[in-house]
Design a protein around this ligand. Structure first.
Ligand code: HEC
Length: 144
């Protein structure tokens, strides 16, 4: 083989391995799509947390901080509604950092100009439920 043949052959090999790499990366990306498809559902994943842990104090007949978290009312009372305690909305679709609800259940509300206690008082939500609320907001806080 002449030096120019070897040169062309190595170019070809580099090109082929780059193509293969792009293809392999493309395959790796598939599971991410699955996660989005099976996204968090407000009615299936979030409302049951409110029902079990919040409606004792946040129900229409006795709404602490004016917030009702009962089924049928919670979404309307949370999404794009400004908090009583801070300048932030309770839920900003797609922006967990600007969602005071998440700060109240994580206990970071004081860092956002808020006041009062952690929710629910004296019994923090498990990490799994905090993650669900954060993901629901990040995925666009749909009424789904
Ligand atoms: C034992 C009663 C009680 C329970 C249970 C409770 N809350 Fe509260 N919540 C309050 C009270 C009282 C306030 C106002 C004082 C404070 O913030 O500490 C409040 C305030 C809030 C606020 C602030 C509202 C605003 O407009 O700024 C949010 C958000 C909130 N609660 C969410 C929740 C969530 C979510 C749950 C369940 C995971 C929950 N709370 C469970 C009593 C409760």
């Amino acid at each position: 083989m002449s030096p120019s043949h070897i040169y062309r052959l190595s170019l070809l090999i580099i090109l082929a391995s780059l193509t293969l790499n792009v293809w392999v990366e493309g395959c790796k990306a598939t599971p991410v799509k699955t996660v989005v498809k099976n996204g968090v559902s407000f009615s299936r994943d979030i409302q049951p947390v409110f029902d079990a842990k919040c409606v004792n104090c946040h129900r229409s007949t006795n709404a602490r901080a004016g917030l009702v978290l009962e089924s049928g009312a919670a979404y309307r009372d949370l999404v794009n509604v400004v908090s009583e305690q801070s300048a932030l909305p309770l839920v900003t679709p797609g922006d967990a950092e600007k969602s005071y609800l998440l700060d109240k259940v994580k206990g970071t509300h004081a860092t956002k100009g808020g006041r009062g206690g952690l929710m629910p008082p004296a019994s923090p939500l498990p990490q799994e439920q905090l993650d669900l609320i954060a993901r629901w907001i990040a995925e666009g806080a749909s009424d789904n």
